[in-house]
Ligand binder design. Structure first.
Ligand code: ADP
Ligand code: ZN
Length: 665
């Protein structure tokens, strides 16, 4: 008698899969099917990931438990998705079961048979408005034609298009061609907030079925979209990073917009990069992938140098406005008052008098970075994290942006009888206060995650700004990302120095991206855009190259420095973080790992050292960076380290592995 033996992945943080036998009465079980299995004392849902060679019953020298039942009559995970999940699980050292279950809608995770799931019958509302014909300009058209020639097989194209150049119209044209061939298109944007405007742009021109996919949808909506891409009732999905796992029936093109954006990388648990996974998926499907940005990541630019990616430049703005003029203000000479220099103040006044809009960018929300006492030098530190607590003036609170710890402000937090408290650094609220004081008649709007808590609020704000109901826009990252404010003609960057002198080797790359992206918000449709950057180091050599020669020259110079310093993309890194309630436990275990593997060739270690936030939620956090020029060697070592951790880790340590980390320091 021959028995079927299968390998099953389960939705637990476990690195192994489990063998079960299949009773004859159940019949043949295929890869990707869901099965009910006994697991400890429970019955749980598993996914078949492998079928073993059939074995003779007397040869099984241990007794395998039989599966209880099979849930559907078809696989819920097709072989293509299985392959990408397996690759991702290996590459990112994350348990296969959790990767696969992560790719499934909630009802399927829980074991509801696919025949019984509840969906919306007609989720999709097709707009019947008249569609516009796209007329690409010469530059757009030539790129479109060139990329189109490569759409029958795998290739990666990077569109480096200045802000306002109309990358989106090129994406739309390509999508139309792919849909004409009866294939589907996936467009990934870094942020949920960017999905509505991208959908609007596509729907202006395209009459096919378009659906968004992100964490703002209900579970039932997500289930519906999952089924609709599988049955090909949808032609286009515009979604955030997790849409890379949707089971398209016939995917023909992937587009990643704002490919440089760090939100494309998941920063917790399963730490994958949606751009890199998309490239893997496109490769495995043998379809094209197009990635685009006004400020491509250095990784991608490096890949164009290696000729792994083809690069196309859109050098002109569609509305032929010049890129804005940039002025540096030397804050050591033009001493700022509450963050605003005289030069910036005059230019704001001037712009207001012309009835044009102003946008001010500040890196941090809240009122100030911290609060300190001038007398006793007390400073607002979080007792749980040891990071600074941000002062939120309106609520009279100190808040830790890392752990959420809140504290009201007393009159004597330090050693004085009554402390003389002053704010340190600037947040959006402090600038807002000052601007309102300086320009009491101007209508001021603030955009940060304190003021704007939902996609709808952001959309309302953007609409108000577009209708000229706001004169001065003040905000964080949130306003920089891809939004189009046609009437903004002056942009002020309050403080660039923290970015220029960041510890992280990506600090300069991010600062250049920020300056370029923020600057791109100005003078979109009107002539004469102006950007004012306040800095204490106006002679910074890289700032100089960026402003005189542009982003790409800046990138090439910086890449050269990275090469000399053996930094990514010339080396590959993996970050191991551990935390423990006793300071020494995590540190020692990381050190043990380092010693164990330090004999290995072509590997280097940095650390163990304190993590950037050395204490978080009352746990001490340490990190060890492992690097190599050779990706294969690094992958092998990473796997061995992970295996060592799972076997030998002291019980009171929490740990994570981050392959290709983007936040090191
Ligand atoms: P990108 O897509 O590169 O981010 P933006 O959205 O910043 O470009 O700005 C481009 C502007 O020009 C948009 O308002 C867009 O609708 C318009 N545009 C670009 N290309 C075309 C085209 N071929 N036809 C009509 N409008 C276009
Ligand atoms: Zn804290």
């Amino acid at each position: 008698m021959m028995d079927q033996v299968i390998n099953v992945a389960v939705n637990y943080p476990l690195y192994q899969t489990f063998k079960y036998s299949v009773p004859n009465k159940i019949g043949k079980v295929n890869i990707g099917e869901r099965v009910l299995v006994p697991f400890g004392k429970k019955t749980i849902v598993g996914i078949v990931v492998k079928r073993e060679k059939q074995v003779n019953k007397d040869k099984i020298n241990y007794i395998l438990k039989p599966i209880i039942d099979i849930i559907d009559d078809h696989p819920v995970v097709n072989l293509e998705i299985m392959k990408i999940c397996t690759w991702a699980s290996d590459y990112y050292e994350y348990p296969l079961g959790q990767v696969i279950f992560g790719a499934l809608p909630s009802q399927l995770k829980q074991g509801v048979p696919i025949a019984n799931v509840t969906i919306f019958e007609n989720q999709h509302k097709k707009l019947t408005a008249e569609k516009l014909e796209i007329n690409l300009n010469n530059e757009q058209n030539s790129i479109f034609k060139k990329i189109l020639r490569n759409t029958d097989s795998f290739s990666t194209s990077l569109i480096h298009g200045v802000t306002g150049s109309g990358k989106t119209e090129v994406y739309v044209k390509l999508a139309q061609e792919v849909i004409r061939k009866k294939k589907q298109v996936l467009i990934i944007v870094p942020e949920i907030n960017l999905t509505p405007q991208t959908i609007t742009r596509f729907e202006m021109y395209i009459d096919e079925n378009i659906q968004s996919y992100h964490s703002g949808h209900t579970l039932k909506e997500k289930m519906t979209t999952w089924l609709n891409v599988k049955n090909k009732k949808l032609d286009i999905v515009i979604g955030t990073r997790s849409s890379i796992f949707l089971p398209f029936k016939s995917l023909g093109l992937i587009i990643i917009d704002e490919e440089h954006d760090s939100s494309l990388k998941q920063q917790e648990k399963f730490r994958y990069h949606a751009r890199d996974l998309s490239i893997m998926r496109a490769k495995s499907l043998n379809i094209p992938i197009v990635i685009g940005s006004a400020t491509p990541s250095f990784e991608s630019l490096h890949n164009t140098l290696l000729e792994k990616f083809k690069k196309y430049n859109l050098t002109k703005r569609y509305y032929k406005t010049d890129l804005p003029k940039i002025t540096l203000v030397d804050l050591t000479k033009d001493l700022p008052q509450d963050g605003i220099s005289k030069f910036l103040k005059e230019n704001i006044a001037n712009t207001l008098s012309k009835k044009q809009q102003i946008l001010l960018y500040i890196g941090r929300r809240g009122f100030s970075h911290a609060l300190t006492c001038l007398e006793c030098r007390w400073i607002s530190k979080c007792k749980i994290c040891e990071s600074f607590m941000t002062y939120h003036k309106n609520q009279k609170l100190l808040k830790c942006h890392h752990c959420g710890n809140k504290q009201s402000i007393s009159t004597n937090p330090g050693k004085c009888e009554k402390c003389s408290l002053v704010p340190v650094g600037f947040g959006t609220q402090r600038i807002e206060d000052k601007i309102k004081e300086l320009f009491p008649d101007a209508r001021v709007g603030r955009i940060d995650s304190d003021a704007i808590s939902s996609v709808k609020k952001l959309r309302d704000f953007i609409n108000r700004a577009k209708n000229n109901e706001v004169d001065i826009l003040i905000g964080t990252q949130m306003i920089v990302k891809g939004h189009d404010f046609p009437n903004v003609s002056l942009v002020g960057i309050i403080d660039i120095d923290s970015g220029l002198f960041n510890l992280d080797f990506r600090g300069l790359e991010r600062t250049a991206q920020l300056i370029t992206q923020v600057a791109g918000r100005s003078g979109r449709k009107n002539e004469g855009g102006h950007v004012i950057i306040q800095t204490r180091t106006p002679k910074h050599p890289l700032l100089d190259i960026l402003l005189s020669k542009g982003y790409e020259d800046f990138a090439m110079k910086n890449l050269n420095d990275r090469k000399k310093a053996n930094l990514p993309p010339y080396t590959h890194l993996c970050l191991v973080r551990m935390s423990s309630s006793k300071k020494i436990t995590a540190f020692n275990f990381l050190d043990e790992i380092k010693c164990l593997f330090s004999e290995q060739k072509s590997i280097f270690f940095l650390g163990p050292a304190d993590a950037p936030i050395p204490k978080k939620n009352n746990m001490y956090v340490h990190q060890l960076i492992v690097g190599s020029k050779n990706r294969t060697v690094l992958r092998k070592i990473t796997q061995e380290i992970r295996q060592y951790i799972t076997k030998k880790k002291p019980y009171n340590i929490k740990w994570s592995i981050d392959v290709d980390p983007i936040d090191l320091y």
